[in-house]
Design a protein around this ligand. Structure first.
Ligand code: FAD
Length: 593
């Protein structure tokens, strides 16, 4: 190995593997670079697969970003598709390859190896998953098979099992293909990366789209259809006809998508005794080096450091995969060149798990920690809900988005944000992701200087509003209570029990709850046990309230209640809390019915 010569072998040629190969070449012109890809395609857009099934991406070729020929012409990278690496000998620095094209096995040596074999979908461990018409979606052949089945069999009723990202994207794709869709999810919510209450508008919207959303439900088995069951084309395998659920319901369906999760593809690494982490992914350092210094790994197969907690997480997402591949490729190439200067090596500094998804007309997004994750990490945090319009309400078409922000109780640093809405969610989540990366506090957020004109935003952008509310809380201008905390309080006092038990409500343990909206708003829905004193009359009607009793004030979004809070505070009320996000957060409705 002289002047950077030597061989870099890469296993897997899509997001991480493709990035690794291109970067390695940019760093080291002398190295031989070989990519083995088990499938027939390299660097394809797996994130685009549901959108080709749904018909938004009309031309299948759009999914193929780079061909093996292009890799050779531009990068002199030797891509061998339909070649699966089946084993790895670390002592001899070789991999064994099964070449599907020629049905033969051979050995390939390496100086540096990069493992980028991604993840694979989990099968649902119930009887009947081998019936025809039941699919997972992870690769181009999966997509082709689903599309062909739809085109040939024209299924009317589809079932999607699992309400994560791929499941929800497939629900939409199948609706677009004209299917009646049912969605079954074992957990009590859709999109489990978000906190439960933030997913309520999504579940509601899915129902508006005609989806049968069945939460806390499991499929027990799949049954074949009787006879041809309306099949347009005969087949040797029995076709799926229904799913039997754990409550005994029989759900007729001619097409099933299993989207119950994925796991890291670590067979090679495990067999070669490369160290794995507690989430089942390969352990790497920030240079993407595994426990074997000549072997790097990147993408869905590795565990990453969470940028906030420093803990290991498994975040199978395209952004980190591309960045990690770039780091692994650069470092493998630099190592081949014999570079000693450590400052020239690249490092992957961690992930925030920033994600976004379109569900019908809605968008949901998350960055940093959810409340569940913050609790698990043992962090001290506070929460604010800020419902804000995506642009000035006097300019037509403004829509409310709900932002849930987590701030550190120690220094008011932003720890995480979740947004659900119809417009403008993408830009706000990216501002918040950047803010977290810059270690911004609530006070920094409220000072941001963001672009404003009525069609795009408000003078107080939703992110700035989140910062202002967060900073008010941090400065002690206002104490808040979240809908979840108030619900727990009322539940403990017996408010939500059945009517006959309601006599046993423990009134003394209840706060006085003051709704400061107009009587008309109050009539259209309010919190059990609340009294209505509109903000404009509060000063005159203070005598109706007990300043020594804990008091919760609320309005529609939290602003009028903040004004009420300040009035009560200055009139000597001892313990006041503003319901964060008001009735919008309480009901998690972004629109009034
Ligand atoms: P992959 O891109 O999966 O590539 C791994 C490759 O390795 C595969 O092609 C596989 O055939 C090959 N391979 C495996 N084992 C071997 C072997 N032994 N020998 C040779 N080759 C092997 N992420 C987002 O951030 N946003 C999205 O919107 C999004 N949508 C998605 C939608 C779908 C339908 C899917 C499937 C994924 C989506 N993802 C999304 C996830 C994202 O695609 C992955 O995080 C990313 O592709 C991971 O990159 P990777 O290189 O680690 O693995």
């Amino acid at each position: 190995m002289v002047n950077g010569k030597g061989k870099i072998v890469i296993v897997g040629g899509v997001a991480a593997g493709g990035s690794a190969a291109a970067k390695a070449r940019r760093v080291n012109e002398a190295a031989e670079i070989v990519v083995f890809e088990k499938g027939g395609y390299v660097s394809f857009a797996n994130c685009g697969l549901p959108y080709h099934i749904g018909g938004q991406i009309k031309d299948r070729d759009e999914l193929f970003l780079v061909t093996p020929e292009r890799f050779w012409e531009r990068f002199r990278v030797n891509v061998r598709t339909n070649c699966e690496v089946v084993s790895l000998d670390r002592t001899r620095h070789t991999v064994r390859v099964y070449d599907l094209n020629q049905d033969r096995e051979y050995e390939e040596s390496y100086d540096k190896l990069i493992l980028a074999p991604g993840a694979r979908p989990t099968r649902l461990p119930v009887p009947g998953t081998d019936l025809e018409g039941i699919f997972t979606l992870w690769s181009v052949p999966d997509m082709d098979a689903i599309l062909r089945y739809i085109q040939v069999q024209r299924p009317e009723r589809a079932l999607v099992v699992g309400a994560g990202f791929v499941g929800l994207e497939m629900v939409e794709a199948l609706l677009d293909r004209g299917c009646k869709v049912a969605l079954v999810e074992a957990l009590p919510q859709v999109l489990p990366v978000l906190d439960e209450e933030m997913t309520l508008p999504l579940a509601r919207h899915l129902e508006e789209l005609g989806v049968d959303v069945l939460l806390e439900t499991r499929v027990e088995r799949f049954e074949p259809c009787q006879g041809l069951g309306g099949a347009r084309e005969p087949s040797d395998r029995a076709r799926v006809g229904s799913a039997v659920l754990d409550d005994g319901t029989v759900l007729p369906c001619e097409l099933v998508i299993l989207a119950v999760g994925v796991r890291p593809n670590t067979d090679l690494a495990r067999a070669a005794e490369i160290a794995l982490g507690e989430h089942g992914g390969i352990l790497v350092n920030s240079k993407m080096q595994t426990s074997d210094p000549d072997i790097y790994a990147a993408g869905d197969v590795v565990e990453s450091k969470h940028w906030i907690t420093g803990q290991r997480v498994w975040a199978p997402l395209a952004g980190p995969a591309n960045k990690q591949g770039r780091v692994a490729g650069a470092n493998a190439a630099l190592a081949l060149l014999g570079v000693k200067d450590e400052s020239l090596y690249l490092h992957f500094q961690g992930t925030l798990g920033t994600t976004i998804i379109k569900v019908g007309k809605m968008t949901a997004a998350k960055t940093g920690l959810s409340e569940r994750e913050a609790r698990r990490a043992g962090l001290r945090y506070y929460v604010s809900y800020t419902p804000s319009p995506d642009h000035a309400t006097y300019y037509p078409g403004a829509e409310i988005m709900m932002i849930k922000t987590l701030f550190s109780r120690d220094d008011s640093r932003v720890l995480g944000a979740q947004i659900v809405g119809t417009k403008g969610v993408d830009k706000r989540i990216d501002v918040l992701a950047t803010a977290i990366r810059a270690q911004f506090t609530a006070e920094d957020l409220e000072q941001l200087d963001l672009a404003y004109a009525p069609p795009y935003s408000s003078a107080k952008d939703p992110v700035i509003m989140a910062g202002m509310v967060g900073a008010n809380i941090a400065r002690g201008d206002m104490e808040v209570i979240t809908p979840g905390e108030l619900r727990d309080w009322l539940r403990a006092a017996g408010v939500f029990k059945s009517d006959q038990n309601r006599q046993q409500v423990n009134a003394e343990s209840l706060p006085q709850i003051v709704d400061v909206r107009t009587p008309d708003e109050y009539r259209h829905g309010n919190i059990p046990g609340s009294v209505n004193i509109p903000l404009e009359h509060l000063r005159e009607r203070l005598g109706e309230l007990d300043p020594n009793q804990p008091t919760v004030v609320y309005c529609l979004i939290g602003y009028r209640a903040y004004l009420a809070y300040r009035i009560l505070k200055q009139h000597g009320f001892k313990s006041i809390k503003n319901l964060s996000g008001g009735m919008r957060a309480w009901s998690m409705r972004l629109k009034d019915k």
